[in-house]
Ligand binder design. Structure first.
Ligand code: ATP
Ligand code: MG
Length: 382
């Protein structure tokens, strides 16, 4: 069996919150464990025991558990110097490094040697046994030694986790997920702050083909590596788009489309018992993302409207999309309904009154009811 440690940081976690945080974190870790593995909480970290053959895969899966700051493949040793030195020598040999340093830390202050004394003693023992050079400034291998009362963990480099809060710790949200680059990143960031998310996609068939819908399903599959199985609402949106095109002034089309989307999403959030809506809006990116446009669209929602990428530049959003594995799906060349119905001269600085007036001819309540009754809920496995 191999030991994997999952570290969580989030300071300011106190009292009752801490228990819930840890319980949710542990549940998320357990969902990713193979047969024969076990996870528990010890000394403020998640400790996983996993069969050697599936250790690398398990550690990798743990890097996608929200709330974990780092993931470490560790070798446990008994808390005495001969046992620690033996483990350190094995690790140094196996690493292929030419130089090393020891970085000891005593979680348990009752250990007979201080951290500098442990560094010196282990450094000498490893150098003697392996012939590797001690280099405290630029070592190939930094061998961390974490001393606890019942066990000592030795390890090399940690893998970074996403950080944030465990799924569900902040409640539930409904995310408006298009096939674009921004909304999957917004969804990911909402999850990272502890929101469990159901996605909603507005499908304007045949203006947007089933390839676009497949793309959104694939995005959910990719996000599922972080979220687990995802619920995806597919809302038939053709009738709304056509009505807006035929009944309302063209410069307002995108804004009115967004308002209808938010209304539908808010109704679905009741069914999901969600307390917030999430969109991929980024300030100033396109005509419908000026402050005035965001205000005129957002006024139809009563739930808090979260826009996690609002302040990110496109290249920052793209960097996250690449890292989380949604970018290559998002750039598939199928159009979304918004680009097809987008007006040539969109209104960029609308007042709320102008938008309400533009919307007046629209049978919004009927369209909303029809869109909701045609909605289909899919379960997407990662
Ligand atoms: P994205 O890359 O997420 O599509 P975007 O920058 O292209 O975002 P818009 O197309 O203007 O922005 O859409 C703004 C937001 O509205 C999206 O981020 C998404 O949350 C939501 N949205 C737009 N179209 C749809 C759709 N067809 N289904 C679900 N949500 C949508
Ligand atoms: Mg888009």
């Amino acid at each position: 069996m191999t030991t994997i440690l999952g570290r969580f940081g989030e300071i300011g976690l106190k009292g009752a919150n801490r228990g819930e945080f840890e319980r949710r974190l542990l549940r998320q870790v357990r969902q990713r464990l193979p047969e024969g593995a076990a996870a528990s909480l010890r000394g403020g970290q998640v400790v996983v025991h996993v069969p050697e053959a599936s250790a690398a895969q398990t550690a990798d899966a743990m890097t996608r558990v929200f709330g974990l700051v780092s993931v470490i493949g560790a070798v446990p040793a008994a808390p005495n110097m001969p046992a620690i030195a033996g483990a350190a020598i094995d690790l140094a040999r196996a690493s292929g490094a030419h130089s090393f340093k020891i970085a000891a830390r005593r979680v348990w202050k009752g250990f007979p040697l201080t951290s500098p004394e442990i560094n010196a003693a282990l450094g000498a023992a490893v150098a003697d046994a392996t012939g590797l050079a001690v280099d405290v400034h630029h070592p190939d291998l930094t061998l961390a030694v974490e001393v606890r009362s019942d066990v000592v963990y030795l390890h090399g480099q940690a893998l970074p986790g996403p950080g944030g809060l465990p799924l569900g710790a902040s409640g539930r949200a409904v995310a408006l997920l298009s096939g674009g680059i921004d909304s999957p990143v917004a969804t990911y960031l909402a999850g990272k702050r502890g929101l469990s998310v159901a996605a909603v996609y507005f499908h304007a068939f045949p203006f947007t083909g089933d390839r676009t819908k497949e793309k959104v399903v694939d995005l959910c599959r990719a996000l599922g590596r972080y979220f687990g199985p995802m619920r995806l609402w597919v809302v038939p949106f053709t009738e709304c788009q056509v009505a807006i095109r035929d009944l309302c002034p063209a410069p307002f089309a995108t804004l009115l489309t967004r308002r209808m989307m938010l209304r539908v999403a808010e109704e679905l959030s009741r069914r999901e018992r969600a307390g917030a809506l999430v969109t991929g809006d980024s300030l100033g990116q396109v005509a419908s993302q000026t402050l005035e446009a965001l205000a005129a669209v957002g006024e139809v929602a009563e739930l808090p409207l979260l826009r996690p990428v609002v302040a990110l530049d496109k290249d920052e959003i793209v960097a996250i999309a690449r890292r989380i594995g949604t970018y290559d799906i998002s750039i598939r060349p199928y159009e979304d309904c918004c680009s097809i119905f987008a007006p040539r001269h969109p209104r960029t600085r609308p007042t709320r009154e102008q938008v309400r007036e533009a919307e007046a001819p629209l049978p919004a309540a009927d369209l909303l009811a029809a869109a909701l009754s045609g909605s289909e809920r899919l379960f997407v496995e990662p």
